[in-house]
Design a protein around this ligand. Sequence first.
Ligand SMILES: *Cc1c(COP(=O)(O)O)cnc(C)c1O
Length: 394
Amino acid sequence: MIMSRDIEFTKQVFEGILKVSGSPSELHEPEFIGKELENLRHCIESGYVSSVGSFVQEFEKLICDYTGSRYAIAVVNGTAALQVALLLVGIKPKDEVLVPALSFIATANAVNYCGATPHFVDVEEASLGIDFEKLEDYLARITSIENGNCVNNETGRNIRALVPMHTFGHPSNVIQLAAVCEKFKIELVEDAAESLGSTLQGRHTGTFGKLAALSFNGNKIITTGGGGAILTSSRELALKARHITTTARVAHKWEFIHDEVGFNYRMPNLNAALGCAQIESIEFKIARKRRLFEKYSSAINPIDGVKVYCEPNGTRSNYWLQTLILEKGFENLRDPVIALTNEQGIATRPAWNLLNSAAPYRNCPSMETPCAESLVKRIINIPSSPKLIENFEQ
Ligand SMILES: *Cc1c(COP(=O)(O)O)cnc(C)c1O
């Protein structure tokens, strides 16, 4: 039953969002404010629209310059980037890979594409990423180290990697997670699909793991239409990544020699042309998103029972998706707020359903995930396009 107090709360939250976003407003729109058209014209006129061409190398160099990563390999999408990153740390069929229960389904799918099994772990409210203390206790309880491998005593399989994800752009506690990985002989691969431009102690997310995956899908902070990138500081892994994403073809003037089963995962030049223009404006977009966070905070934080999610201490978030967190006790108001805003032309969304209850993965191993279960009932994503700040300033 909806009480009058609840109707009042729903209305206040709606009005707070409306004050900042206006209506109608999408959850996240791509913005093309630089040389996008010019680059696309160049690319088409050059004839090199496919997976050979100078924009791909240029885009990879721009990603490296921006993030501080030593190598970047541009690929067709973020899921493919994550799959290849996992293959390159040695994920094999029957391995287990630790994945946060609160993530987009692509994180678990990439594990599955390697023939491996995702093993779900809980997150913390402070960062919305994996809870390192819980993880450490859990691994101490259920694993043992045998021949340098971390073995899950319950399933007998190797736990080979951990994939932290930086939720909605907020850096997860990847420094502490790296220490846990080291202790338990587990590889660290970051899913940085949402967090390009976010930093932790001044260092970019995506540069903490042995490898990382970025996404440039249309809804991400910058877009290539569809696209992704693999980041690594290892020359050997970078060369391997380039090799297996280009059908594992051995360099030769005319012969087709392939030394293993590779993938056709390289980013087309046309998409990279878009990316070269997009990455030039990323700091402008992040600055606008950070001001948008301030505007939403002033409009919404005075309401009892809800807060705009704020970046964790010691981090700079790109604020890719602005997020409301309802306080405990207000869970029943998530759906009324989402319904009212959408009826009034404001796109708002709940978080993803948890991966350890998703149909393809509900029988996979999982720790208890009370924090993820609580958060998912209390998260509402709200309109986040950088241009919304123009409602306030030009
Ligand atoms: C977007 C996203 C991906 C996948 O990226 P695609 O480019 O859409 O394949 C992976 N993980 C997370 C957390 C994402 O948000």
